[in-house]
Design a protein around this ligand. Structure first.
Ligand code: SAH
Length: 272
């Protein structure tokens, strides 16, 4: 039993808290993994860190010794415990839903995320400018973030992230690293945004295509064409796309080819 495990059990007992898996409440209790995560964040006095789902402060407290932190936590009772445990004035706590509250300015984001909001919170983060994210996800989600074309995990998420950020899986965590134990393995991921701003239709095109990931691109586009919010004629779109793209199965398209589809459609809608 590590020191952090005992400390976490003691805090929860003291406040009489029962954590709920349904709220994504799985607290990190492995000292060594915590050190590694903090190491990847490489914090200093000029950093301002955003933390989503701060819990009782397992990451927040050591981070606040090195940098300014804004900690978002949706559970008001847990946020109260966090406030009690903070010494000094380096931490702002926001009690609220990380998908709804406004984010402050931050240059790094370090979080053991509530896994049920992995996808929306990641895209929300990427609409902000920052240098580095050190984020924990369910292992399968992390695999989809970095998947290459033609593989089983290749998805809308992989394609979008290919352009929006450099993503690397840097560590894995077993259920025993958390209390209570989640039913899934986890991964630590570093995220470095590229600053790339995709064309407006890119997100729609990705969503539409991956609804039929095994079909031919032409067929998939036709069946999900209504998902793409542009006033375009399907036959015109077919005319401007190279046949080698239209003939491929969606899951075999390179991210660049999907970008090309969005760009060609964008040009068409500008000229019509
Ligand atoms: N960072 C802590 C806690 C991780 S568990 C640690 O590593 O130990 C995730 C935390 O996110 C829980 O405390 C949960 O209450 C909180 N949470 C769940 N949904 C949230 C949301 N939508 N917005 C903000 N916090 C949320």
């Amino acid at each position: 039993m590590t020191g952090l495990y005992r400390e976490t059990r003691d805090v929860l007992r003291k406040y009489g808290v029962r954590l709920r898996r349904s709220l994504g409440q799985n607290y990190l209790v492995d000292d060594g993994k915590r050190q590694r995560i903090l190491g990847y964040a490489n914090l200093g006095p000029d950093d301002h860190v955003l933390e989503i789902g701060a819990g009782i402060g397992t990451l927040t407290l050591p981070m606040a010794e090195l940098a300014g932190v804004t900690a978002i936590e949706s559970d008001p009772f847990i946020a109260g415990i966090l406030a009690d445990r903070i010494k000094g004035d380096n931490v702002d706590i926001i009690v609220g839903d990380a998908l709804k509250v406004g984010f402050p300015e931050f240059n790094k984001v370090v979080s053991n995320l509530p896994y049920q909001i992995s996808s929306p919170v990641t895209f929300r983060l990427l609409r902000h400018e920052f240098e580095l994210g050190v984020l924990m996800y369910q292992k399968e989600f992390a695999a989809r973030m970095v998947a290459e074309p033609g593989t089983r995990d290749y998805s809308r998420l992989s394609v979008m992230l290919h352009f929006l950020a450099e993503v690397q899986i840097v560590d894995y965590l077993k259920p025993g690293c958390f209390f209570p134990r989640p039913r899934v393995d986890s991964a630590v991921v570093t995220v470095r945004p590229t600053g790339f701003r995709p064309p407006a239709l890119f997100e729609d095109v990705c969503r539409a295509l991956f609804q039929h990931r095994k079909k031919k691109t032409s067929k998939s586009l036709r069946e999900s064409f209504h998902e793409i919010k542009a006033d375009l004629d399907f036959s015109e779109v077919l005319d401007v796309l190279p046949s080698e793209i239209l003939e491929k199965r969606v899951f075999q398209l390179k991210p660049e080819e999907i970008l090309e589809i969005a760009e060609r459609m964008e040009e068409l809608s500008a000229s019509s």
